[in-house]
Design a protein around this ligand. Structure first.
Ligand code: GCO
Length: 274
């Protein structure tokens, strides 16, 4: 470019010779994505497949899996779907073993499956609490533990993303169980990152703002709430799954190899303002 860059050797910064241009690509990597048949999970599956990764999605609805797979195969023919209900926590270890037997090592794990039961805190039953905490928090931990155990045994590197929420940080009425699970997941990102860094396993969070998905459909369809989101979000709109996918590609890429234990907020500025 300019003169400064074309000057002689003696003006170079230390280490400048080693600089390489960052080109994000996930060729040769295989990713496992929970909740990958719709919403944010599908957006991430799309982005990872576009970046060249082999993608295996996990979803409990066979029809939705097939639909998602049709699109994914159009991007990269080596994409697959596994039908499994992650709320069956005691079956996760066996499920993961089988998945690995069939597809081999997963370099990338994206935990996106999640649920919510919107109710005022004093009306939440133990069963409802356990359902939300079980799927969002416990199943994420168990699956990620199995994934890491296998990588550690094989002496292989890996990178994991956990999908968090605005409710990892702040609350709004009716989100007690969901928020507790998402705040715990934010800390889990840090704990897992610290435990597994020496094995070259990175763990990061992505915290989406209000994104238009199945989970937020009732909120999106409520004109008042929908308007509130647009007004409350500095960038003035609802997010879309496509806003999240590229961030996942970056965090999973070798270009992010010095990032672990962190969370990127993709929220249109929501948490930056009062
Ligand atoms: C709610 C929930 C979610 C949010 C999302 C925000 O507001 O009821 O928290 O549905 O959409 O997690 O990041």
């Amino acid at each position: 470019m300019g003169k400064e860059h074309s000057t002689g050797k003696k003006n170079r910064l230390p280490g400048e010779n080693q600089l390489t241009a960052a080109v994000l690509n996930l060729k040769g990597k295989q990713a496992l994505i929970t909740g990958g048949n719709s919403g944010i999970g599908f957006g991430i599956a799309n982005a990872l497949a576009t970046a060249g990764a082999t993608v295996v999605i996990i979803g409990r609805n066979g029809r939705k899996n097939e639909l998602a797979l049709k699109t994914l195969k159009g991007i990269n023919n080596s994409c697959y779907a596994l039908r499994f209900d992650l709320s069956r926590i005691e079956k996760i270890a066996e499920f993961y073993k089988d998945a690995e037997k069939e597809y081999g090592t997963f370099d990338i794990l994206v935990n996106c499956a999640g649920t919510t039961i919107r109710k005022r805190a004093d009306r939440i039953t133990l069963r409802e609490w356990e359902k939300v905490i079980g799927l969002n928090l416990t199943s994420t931990f168990i699956l990620t533990r199995e994934w890491a155990k296998s990588l550690i045994k094989k002496n292989a590197a890996g990178t994991c993303i956990i999908i968090l929420s605005l409710m990892s940080e702040v609350a709004r009425p009716t989100t007690a169980a969901y928020g507790a699970s998402k705040a715990a997941l934010r800390q889990l990102v840090r704990s897992l990152a610290v435990d597994w860094a020496k094995f070259n396993i990175r763990v990061n969070g992505i915290s989406p703002g209000y994104i238009k998905t199945e989970l937020t459909e009732p909120l999106y369809n409520d004109p008042e709430f929908s308007k509130w989101v647009r007004q409350r979000t500095p960038l003035g709109r609802w997010g879309k799954p496509d806003d999240i996918g590229p961030v996942a590609v970056f965090l999973c890429s070798d270009e992010a190899s010095f990032i672990t234990g962190h969370t990127i907020f993709v929220d249109g500025g929501f948490l930056a303002t009062i």
